[in-house]
Ligand binder design. Sequence first.
Ligand code: DX5
Ligand code: ZN
Length: 218
Amino acid sequence: MVMIAPSILSADFTRLGDEIRKAEEAGADMIHIDVMDGHFVPNISIGQEVVKGIRKATRLPFDVHLMIEDPDRYLSDFVDAGADIITVHLEATPHLHRTVQWIRESGKKAGVSINPATPVWSLENIISEADLVLVMSVNPGFGGQGFIPQSIDKIRTLKRMVSERGLDTMIEVDGGIKISNAREVADAGADILVMGSAFFNSEDYSEVVRRFRVENQA
Ligand code: DX5
Ligand code: ZN
């Protein structure tokens, strides 16, 4: 079953706890949290203290997407804050293998993300170590951007890489996902779809999840 991970970057920050509870009630599978440092990406968003605060709002897994330089410095903070999946960018850290191992040794799931211009083959020597690969289908930094169509081919290539190696690495796709393109992205090989603006800018979160499930039925 394809999973839906609402990204709280597009939630109403004046009532973040309620927004997360509503996403859980609507049937979301996990909560996607975008952490941005103003260096690796041009925007600044949520830090570890906020993650710790909202941890009390839900039992859903926290899928923490670190769009920050030198993520090693903050890994233990996000573990302590209650992250379940910690994803770092391949482009943001020179010793990715060590970073991924550290995350796994801390008992959390480790994700590796690639930007739109980063080829799938650059994952070759890390994919067997990662629990998840996050394919960015927009340039990271902002919600509400359009899906980059070439991402479909990347997802297919990645899916082939995972299958050929007999791995169970999950494939997550982030950026520009809507009900109208969810099926195509899932069919290309995605296991988890992040949905920011299309989820939180809608009137009825339950209806989004319901349509997502209908759309992705076999
Ligand atoms: C972009 C973030 C995304 C973003 C997705 O840098 O990583 O998670 O919130 O938002 P939408 O779904 O609006 O493209
Ligand atoms: Zn994200």
